[in-house]
Ligand binder design. Structure first.
Ligand code: ZN
Length: 280
């Protein structure tokens, strides 16, 4: 594999969210010549959408995604309705940012429920409900399958195959506007990964999130590794993505309570750039 184009690096702002506000992250990307950014909604609200749009445009950054929508399952109809309303607002924000996609984290089981199949059905219904608005707004919806360890509390869509089945059910003619966000942290272990990336193809591959899987992993949510520090064969996965037609950016997304969140954020961005060149 050849070294990746450094211009393809994007920063998911969660990587430095303990150190920096969104405004600081936008300025940091510009300073470090990182051309892409993917903000989280709570930070976007803190900064103000207009100010964020202005700053991102001012630095000519590509918004590789807005994190995040989804979280559809709820114990009752009112809860499901509220989730859909929240997703419609998220679509509007993604539109304002000209984001390349709105990342959807499906949601887990409603409190007290043991019905994972029912939760998955609620996810399907939720995405079906928001897809027309997303298409009107020109905001592709990117379903991000999460590692099965999060099935109960975060996302009951756990493999790329499952996410693509959902895409096929909701968009049988592949009209666009619906696809997947592939995050290596969640799917690196999947024996079907290569074949499912190929199946997804260019139109369904909407985002590529990179980090590494540490051994041992000390915290199931907030101990992601920097590229090169773990066991994920990033060049191989990138090659599968490229063979499938993906030409988008490589978004670094690292939740790291024990390490990277404790470092100076400029140092973190430098490490992202170096490791992207060395290990991706
Ligand atoms: Zn991700």
């Amino acid at each position: 594999m050849s070294t990746p184009d450094p211009g393809l690096l994007s920063l998911n702002t969660a990587t430095v969210r303990k150190q920096w506000s969104l405004a600081q992250a936008i300025a940091g990307c510009a300073r470090h010549c990182i051309r892409g950014i993917s903000p989280w909604r709570h930070q976007l609200h803190e900064m103000g959408i207009e100010a964020a749009v202005h700053a991102i445009k001012g630095h000519d950054l590509t918004v590789t995604g807005l994190c995040r929508g989804g979280l559809f399952p709820a114990a009752d109809a009112a809860g499901r309705y509220a989730a859909i309303e929240e997703n419609l607002r998220a679509i509007n924000e993604a539109h304002a940012l000209r984001a390349q996609c709105l990342v959807l984290v499906a949601g887990g089981l409603p409190k007290g429920s043991k019905d994972v199949a029912g939760a998955r059905e609620q996810v399907r219904e939720g995405i079906a409900a928001i897809l027309p608005h997303a298409r009107n707004a020109g905001v592709p919806l990117a379903i991000e399958p999460l590692h099965p360890m999060y099935a109960a509390d975060r996302a009951c869509i756990n493999t790329l195959a499952q996410a693509l089945d959902l895409c096929d059910a909701l968009d049988p003619h592949n009209e666009g506007g619906l696809g997947v966000a592939l995050d290596v942290y969640h799917v690196w272990w999947d024996p079907q990964l290569a074949s499912q990336i190929k199946r997804a193809g260019k139109t369904r591959l909407l985002a590529f999130h990179i980090c590494d899987w540490l051994v041992p992993t000390r915290d199931l949510l907030n101990d992601r590794g920097m590229m090169g520090d773990g066991v994920i064969d990033l060049p191989r996965i990138r090659s599968w993505m490229e063979q499938a037609g993906y030409t988008g950016l490589h978004e670094v997304e690292i939740f790291s309570k024990l390490d990277w969140w404790q470092r100076d954020a400029d140092e973190v961005l430098e490490a992202c750039k170096e490791r992207h060149q060395q290990f991706c």
